[in-house]
Design a protein around this ligand. Structure first.
Ligand code: ADP
Ligand code: MG
Length: 245
């Protein structure tokens, strides 16, 4: 498409290279490396406290990286302010939803687009409501008044309003009824079809491995296993530790 492509092309979308991070004096992540290719859905699985949220935080600039690096395409994310990382196209849907509870659903969605300078915010809003009809019904409700599942839908829709190229999703299914999880998975599939790359963190390992093409296992801050999700679903170690079979 473009003439004179650079000699060193980056093929991956997100690359995390030997990243270490922690809080205060306590190291949480040890030389974590992973990659997400363009348009790929990759799962990061691991027990509570393994460091999954810390890793997403380090990628999105909320947690300070001690050593190692993260980059998105040609952009080094390490040391960038969180806003700049969002502008680079990488956006996190935080664990626990964190909506503006005293604002309406509409205002929450509009907040998602606050860094955008294009004029397609209105048409994107309409697309979100087409994708998530429940939000149309709840458009004027205060976000704090919604059920957990509805709040999670708002959180994802709000993230999408920023038009990210790479979405980091932390514990999407936590505390939600299975029927809602199914709806969110359909939503993920439709997001994926628009070409967005997704790194999904899930304690529901079955779900995570079903929606992703590849996965990484994080144990006490280290990647201990990685591979095609279908293979990990069959892996005896994964089955025993995470699938309860
Ligand atoms: N803000 C924080 N300050 C200090 N320690 C933290 C903070 N957030 C998480 N931790 C600690 O870091 C470790 C990893 O936590 P976390 O990344 O939340 O794991 P996970 O998301 O896999 O459950 C845990 O021991 C946790 O207690
Ligand atoms: Mg977490």
């Amino acid at each position: 498409m473009t003439a004179g492509a650079p000699a060193t092309r980056t093929t991956e979308a997100l690359l995390v290279d030997a990243l270490s991070a922690g809080y205060g004096d306590t190291q949480v992540l040890w030389d974590v490396s992973l990659r997400v290719d363009p348009g790929e859905v990759v799962a990061l699985i691991g027990s509570n406290g393994a460091g999954k949220s810390t890793l997403l935080g380090a990628i999105s600039g909320i947690v300070k990286t001690w050593s190692g690096a993260a980059r998105y395409g040609e952009t080094s994310l390490t040391g960038l302010e969180p806003d700049r990382i969002v502008s680079a196209g990488v956006l996190q849907v935080p664990q626990g939803r964190r909506l503006f509870g005293s604002l309406s659903v509409e205002d929450n969605l509009r907040m998602g687009a606050y860094l955008r300078k294009d004029r397609e915010v209105e048409s994107d809003l309409k697309r979100m409501l087409d994708l998530l009809p429940k939000l149309r019904e709840r458009y004027d409700y205060l976000a704090g008044r919604l059920s957990g599942g509805e709040q999670q839908q708002v959180a994802i829709a709000r993230a999408l309003m920023a038009r990210p190229q790479m979405l980091l999703i932390d514990e999407m299914s936590l505390g939600l009824a299975p029927v809602l999880v199914d709806q969110l998975i359909e939503l993920l599939a439709s997001i994926h079809q628009t070409g967005v790359s997704i790194l999904i963190v899930e304690q529901d390992v079955q779900t995570a491995l079903e929606v992703s093409s590849r996965a990484y296992v994080l144990e006490t801050g280290r990647i201990t296993l990685s591979g095609p999700s279908a293979e990990l679903l069959d892996d005896p170690q994964v089955k025993k530790a995470y699938l309860g079979v």
